[in-house]
Design a protein around this ligand. Structure first.
Ligand SMILES: Nc1ncnc2c1ncn2[C@@H]1O[C@H](COP(=O)(O)OP(=O)(O)OP(=O)(O)O)[C@@H](O)[C@H]1O
Ligand SMILES: [Mg+2]
Length: 594
């Protein structure tokens, strides 16, 4: 149960999940009353045969003889109704599946959309996996449930209620007999089902053990042979398969019990109904037709009860998943778009930070009282020890998060008031890991601006002097970069990310250099590309290679969330503070990332 347990919700009723879920999924309400009425008619269709039998027996076989014509007419009528109900059943099923799929699609899209609107303060590294799970595996549990469980709940419960109502109309006394006999079935089924679930969970572990051993023996074939370990390996594989086999038998035992168990209850209910009916039928006013119909109705009661027993656990898991998804949807979006958006000026943008404070959801303050003023067109290098807040500073400039105190002004406009379209167009951040998608270099560069043409992509690559590098790749600009760009080296990934930024042509460029060292040749290409990209814009580069700082107009030295020093490279070197220390060690070292 290791996987399923965390999904369970304690102290939250199924009803409150349903209430919140229905409010969050308008699709669920579309045409629902009609669908429920249809499901009721389908369940009603199943009752036609018992009703027909009762009618034929009581109305055609009377004390004054057998009325054949009446019986045939009723049979024809019932046949028409049964065929109609089968058609209606098909339609209802499609409607239910359609609604379920609409709800899931809506939920997935809304959750995904919401995740993207949350600020980076919410997206802390440790949460990414969990957030991804919300739009994948949690929605998946709901999908599985929607495809069977939810539909079973509607059709089965309608069937149970309708059967009970008809029974009660025939004879409330016999109905009580049936109810009393079926009641114990509910806890027994629940217990068996939970045992069965545990057994299957255990079986899944055994299966993955077997797969693990088999795969290890295949991958490690050289070592196994070289060290003469064939016999012990074979024993391990055999043991794993044996364990899987025994567990399979345990699981099958529970499964094999469920069917006969329902039969036992069904048959005892029928026996009791027949016994009580024959004994007290006259006194209770039960006709022979009603008694026979009762026997058939009993059969229609056991099947939905045991099916509901089976879907109960699936329901619990799905409700837990649903609750978690709803929790994401309820997380407040902290990056609110302005009511009156202010346009950003065209061209290079000036920067100002006033008393900026920042802290992530977890941990203490990361930036304290940052005051900076940068004129339009300046190139700024941000340097400092690892963890000193450089990336965080860069993120605030691109409004990936809002400061927890103070304000960030770009082009004279507080970023919180800037028009989102302008912000996306005028400010570009090249992140530290230069995230690439698993597609071609061309497509990754084109990501820089919606609707960019192939030609514009080529121009951007050329403008940064990267044509020779691109042409040297196996498929040129169409070379696939692999998952997260892992088919390229770190430096090459940055090159693609720079071309992407060039295509966007922003007034403010925020570059977060990769920390890892880059080979000298790529380094030269990178430096040249960065220089060209910076021309005519305001650039803020988080610099790990101090050659970037050497070329910059202004250097900001971060130390534990504060700007400890600022000035030109030469000034700071002369001052003999933190920067001159960093620079000296960089010069004395390999001239690689600090
Ligand atoms: N998403 C996050 N959630 C919580 N804390 C974070 C997050 N990102 C960074 N931090 C913390 O904020 C501080 C500053 O991190 P930041 O990434 O800004 O440093 P940096 O100067 O860019 O470091 P590096 O040179 O290693 O890139 C660190 O103490 C870090 O642990
Ligand atoms: Mg960083």
């Amino acid at each position: 149960m290791s996987d399923a347990d965390p999904r369970r919700i304690d102290g939250v009723s199924a009803l409150s999940v349903l209430r919140r879920g229905i409010a969050a999924s308008p699709e669920l309400r579309v045409g629902m009353p009609q669908t429920v009425v249809m499901a009721m008619s389908v369940a009603g269709g199943k009752l036609l045969i018992p009703l027909l039998i009762q009618a034929v027996m009581d109305l055609s076989i009377t004390s004054d003889g057998v009325h054949m014509g009446r019986a045939v007419a009723m049979c024809i009528g019932a046949t028409v109704l049964v065929v109609g109900s089968i058609q209606l059943g098909k339609l209802t099923y499609f409607r239910l599946v359609r609604t379920a799929e609409d709800v899931l699609l809506g939920l997935r899209v809304r959750t995904f959309d919401h995740l993207h609107r949350l600020s980076l303060a919410e997206h802390t590294a440790s949460k990414k996996g969990v957030l991804t799970a919300r739009v994948t595996s949690d929605v998946e549990t709901l999908t599985q449930f929607a495809q069977w469980g939810a539909i079973a709940w509607i059709i089965d419960s309608v069937q149970i209620v309708t059967v009970l109502v008809i029974m009660a109309v025939y004879s409330w006394q016999l109905t009580i007999v049936v109810l009393v006999l079926h009641l114990p079935l509910v806890p027994i089924l629940k217990w068996m089902q939970s045992r069965q679930l545990t057994a299957y969970e255990e079986l899944r572990t055994r299966v993955s053990d077997t797969l693990g051993v088999v795969s290890e023996s295949v991958h490690g074939v050289e070592v196994v042979r070289a060290y003469g370990h064939r016999e012990p390996m074979r024993r391990r594989v055999r043991d794993a398969i044996d364990a899987q086999f025994s567990q399979q038998m345990v699981a099958a035992r529970y499964f094999s019990l469920i069917l006969p168990l329902s039969d036992v209850f069904g048959v005892s209910a029928i026996a009791a109904v027949v016994g009580a009916g024959v004994w007290w039928g006259d006194a209770w006013g039960v006709t022979s037709g009603e008694l026979v119909a009762f026997v058939f109705l009993c059969n229609l009661l056991v099947a939905p009860i045991s099916e509901l027993g089976e879907v109960l656990d699936q329901t619990q898991t799905a409700l837990a998943g649903w609750w978690k998804i709803l929790d994401v949807l309820d997380t407040e979006v902290d990056l609110v778009d302005p009511v009156v958006p202010m346009p950003l000026p065209v061209g290079a943008l000036a920067l100002r930070m006033e008393a900026v404070e920042f802290q992530y959801r977890t941990g203490g303050r990361v930036l304290h009282g940052i005051d900076v003023e940068v004129a339009a067109g300046t190139s700024v290098a941000v340097v400092g020890e690892t963890g000193s807040g450089k990336t965080t500073f860069a993120r605030l400039l691109a409004r990936l998060a809002d400061p927890t105190g103070g304000q960030v002004l770009v082009g004279g406009v507080d970023l919180r008031d800037a028009s989102p379209e302008d912000r996306r167009r005028c400010i570009r951040m090249v992140p530290q890991d230069g995230f690439l998608f698993d597609t071609s270099i061309a497509a990754n560069v084109a990501y820089g601006r919606l609707g960019a043409t192939d030609e514009e992509v080529t121009v951007a690559v050329e403008a940064l002097g990267l044509t020779a590098w691109v042409e040297g790749l196996s498929d040129g600009i169409q070379t696939r970069v692999g998952e997260r760009g892992e088919g390229l080296s770190v430096g090459e990934r940055q090159l693609v990310a720079l071309a992407r930024a060039q295509l966007a042509d922003p007034g403010l460029l925020v570059l977060d250099e990769a920390t890892s060292a880059v080979d000298p040749e790529t380094e030269t290409t990178l430096e040249r590309a960065m220089e060209r990209l910076a021309a005519g814009r305001t650039t803020v580069s988080v610099a790990h290679r101090l050659s970037t700082a050497e070329r910059s107009d202004l250097v900001l030295v971060f130390d534990d969330g504060l700007i400890a020093e600022s000035g030109s490279h030469d000034q700071l070197v002369q001052r003999g503070g933190i920067y001159s220390g960093l620079y000296a060690s960089w010069l004395g070292g390999t001239r690689h990332a600090v």
